[in-house]
Write a protein of this length. Structure first.
Ligand SMILES: *Cc1c(COP(=O)(O)O)cnc(C)c1O
Length: 376
């Protein structure tokens, strides 16, 4: 098989291993977060691999993402937690998608959809315990809880779960983590008093799943750690294995004379005669333009610096005066596990002042996803 110009190789055995790490560290079942096309790794293959590895259920942001998984044959429990007024609650109910509710408006819309469908909607209560993003706000809580209890009594909804999201999960010892958990436990107690008690409680994102087993409750809800990237770098890598490697085939090798500039604006001018190579990866593929001149790629275990501006489709590296034996068609690793000294997504993130979540989820559709490992 001829390799694609640009390939994101996804190691499904790494996903399985990371699910295991998360279950062991938290002592809880895993709700695998596969939103945003599984952080760029491919929602369907990752969902299948995570479930095969023992993840209990799945979570996404949009109902449309959940419907895509259902169309792909995923029948595991599946929760979607971000809805606008146009969200298709009817389709969610028809396809047994657990709808996480952040407001009374959303609850009313789900009740109406359940009536239209003559079905009972499965819902999760998403409580804003301090993140101040999604979730039922404190000033709406008592009205929400009463309406929910009534809807449950009417048979319009089943209350499957209650959840919240941590604001400072990546600061394991921050007191806000325990405060948010206590607020969620209180909200769950409120619902139980009203006869609308949830079956399960979940709080922990990746950093909390790995560092705060006391917050695990029934399920943990990791994303980034399942993809093998440590959410708390100062605590180490927890034995996680990065699941994505980005590689490009060398498109072109050519000589460059001293004094010649490279790429738009000639931001790099060769100080001496050298050899350059063009790689078919650019900012349209998720290689940040801000990385221009500030990264290395690995070819055959050797590191070569990027030079000049990163363009939409291509970037240039400096192979040195003798070209280092690199030829067109060779494979260059833009990032990978880092295990043999190669570049990582975290290197990119650190260099441009962001997080590796943004790097991997930003790898574009033009990079062909290639899957290795997993069930035969
Ligand atoms: C994205 C997301 C997660 C996963 O977060 P990670 O930091 O990637 O583990 C969990 N819960 C909710 C509500 C999310 O939006």
């Amino acid at each position: 098989m001829t390799p694609a110009a640009l390939t994101a190789t996804i190691d499904l055995d790494a996903i399985a291993h990371n699910v295991d790490v998360l279950r062991t560290a938290s002592g809880a079942d895993v709700l695998a977060v596969v939103k945003a096309d599984a952080y760029g790794h491919g929602a369907l293959p990752v969902a299948r691999a995570a479930l095969a590895a023992g993840a209990a259920e799945l979570g996404v942001a949009h109902i449309t993402e959940a419907l895509t998984l259902r169309r792909g044959g995923i029948d595991a429990h599946l929760t979607a937690w971000l809805h606008t007024p146009g969200a298709d609650f009817d389709a969610a109910i028809s396809h047994d998608i657990d709808i996480a509710l952040s407001s009374l408006r959303q609850l009313d819309a789900v009740i109406a959809a359940a009536k239209r469908r003559s079905r009972t909607a499965t819902v999760t209560v998403k409580v804003d315990t301090g993140l101040n993003r999604s979730g039922v706000a404190p000033d709406e809580w008592s009205d929400f809880a009463e309406s929910l209890a009534k809807a449950r009594a009417d048979g319009a909804v089943t209350v499957r779960a209650i959840m919240c999201h941590l604001a400072r999960g990546d600061e394991p010892e921050h007191p806000l983590n325990s405060e948010q958990a206590a607020r969620l436990d209180e909200a769950a107690a409120d619902l139980r008093r009203l006869g609308a008690g949830p079956e399960v409680i979940h709080i922990a994102n990746s950093p909390a799943a790995l560092t705060r087993p006391d917050l695990a409750r029934d399920l943990v809800r990791p994303g980034i750690a399942m993809y093998g990237r440590t959410p708390v770098p100062e605590r180490g890598d927890f034995g996680l294995i990065p699941a994505m490697a980005l590689t490009a085939q060398v498109a072109l090798v050519k000589k460059l004379a001293a004094g010649q500039g490279v790429s738009y604006g000639h931001t790099f001018v060769a100080p001496a005669d050298t050899t350059i190579a063009v790689l078919p990866a650019g900012y349209a593929d998720g290689v940040p333009r801000l990385l221009s001149g500030r990264f290395h790629v690995a070819i055959d275990g050797r590191l070569f610096p990027g030079v000049g501006r990163i363009c939409m489709d291509q970037l240039v590296i400096d192979l040195g005066p003798d070209g280092a034996g690199v030829t067109e068609g060779d494979t260059a690793e833009l990032f990978g596990t880092g295990r043999s000294g190669g570049p990582t997504a975290k290197d990119w993130a650190d260099t441009i002042g962001t997080i590796d979540y943004e790097i991997v989820s930003g790898i574009g559709a033009r990079a062909v996803r290639r899957y290795v490992g997993g069930e035969p």
